[in-house]
Write a protein that binds this ligand. Structure first.
Ligand SMILES: NC(=O)CCC(=O)C(=O)O
Length: 256
């Protein structure tokens, strides 16, 4: 059994110190509750801060180092995205940290053009499936959830847990829930998704961070306030379920 947590909090735009202080405390609380895997929201260190983003991205290397230190001391796998400098643009980047080790980097592939992400960010051009101390972890970021091919690729390559940092606002609550459950059901893996909550800039976020099992069962779900949710991921049960309904074996990839 793996214990997973999603940290949900109201990101303070541009206030790296306040966000880092919150993350530090929340990682400690999650660890006290037995968490081995912790997911933070998308762009948790500073939010989507428009013009100041390139400057804020300069803090990311130091924050990633502190996360590595925390992860080592608390014995955690940590996932969450931050801005990464890239010339006059930035990437929206996950540093996947496993007990102090940088296990991999993922740069958001699908930029959310409705909110102009494609004008500020550079898009990533790869996937990340990391072999960690607690199993094979795939990652995507927020809007990537709408593109099932990406999660599918990670599942076919062996992902057991899909981690999703997000900033997914109202009024698309039910789309968020349905898509998370769909990804879990169709790929028969665990989904650990962290969303922000409250007002962040002009956008209102509903929270609803979720931990979902391979049958689509909701193992833990947050309301609309700051919190940490924790749930056990039973890997043996996932294997039994995959044996009972062998979707991977029954695929007909020659037809699609
Ligand atoms: N930050 C994002 O990728 C937002 C995605 C979103 O809100 C959606 O509906 O999709």
């Amino acid at each position: 059994m793996i214990t997973a947590a999603a940290i949900q909090f109201t990101i303070k735009p541009g206030n790296v110190d306040a966000n880092l202080a919150h993350a530090r405390d929340a990682l400690g609380r999650a660890s006290d509750r037995g968490a081995q895997l912790v997911v933070l929201p998308e762009m948790w260190s500073c939010g989507f801060c428009g013009k100041s983003l390139a400057g804020l991205a300069m803090h990311t290397a130091a924050i990633a180092e502190e996360l590595q230190d925390l992860s080592r001391r608390l014995g955690l796998v940590v996932v969450g995205s931050m801005p990464e400098p890239n010339g006059d643009r930035v990437f929206n980047t996950i540093h996947l940290i496993d007990n102090g080790r940088l296990a991999g980097i993922y740069r958001k592939v699908h930029l959310f053009s409705l909110l102009g992400e494609d004008r500020v960010f550079a898009a990533g051009d790869g996937c990340l499936l990391a072999d960690t101390s607690i199993g094979k972890i795939g990652v995507i970021i927020c809007y990537d959830l709408r593109f099932p091919e990406l999660s599918r690729r990670l599942a076919l390559e062996g992902a057991q847990i899909l981690c999703i940092p997000a900033q997914w606002p109202k009024p698309r609550n039910e789309q968020w829930r349905t898509l998370l459950q769909a990804r879990a059901i169709e790929n028969q893996f665990f989904v650990v998704a962290s969303n922000t909550c409250g007002m962040v800039g002009k956008l209102d976020f509903f929270g609803m961070s979720m931990i979902i099992g391979p049958r689509g069962d909701v193992l833990a779900e947050a309301g609309d306030r700051e919190t940490e949710i924790v749930a056990g991921l039973d890997m043996r049960d996932m294997a039994e379920w995959r044996a009972q309904i062998p979707c991977f074996k029954d695929r007909r990839p020659e037809l699609y």
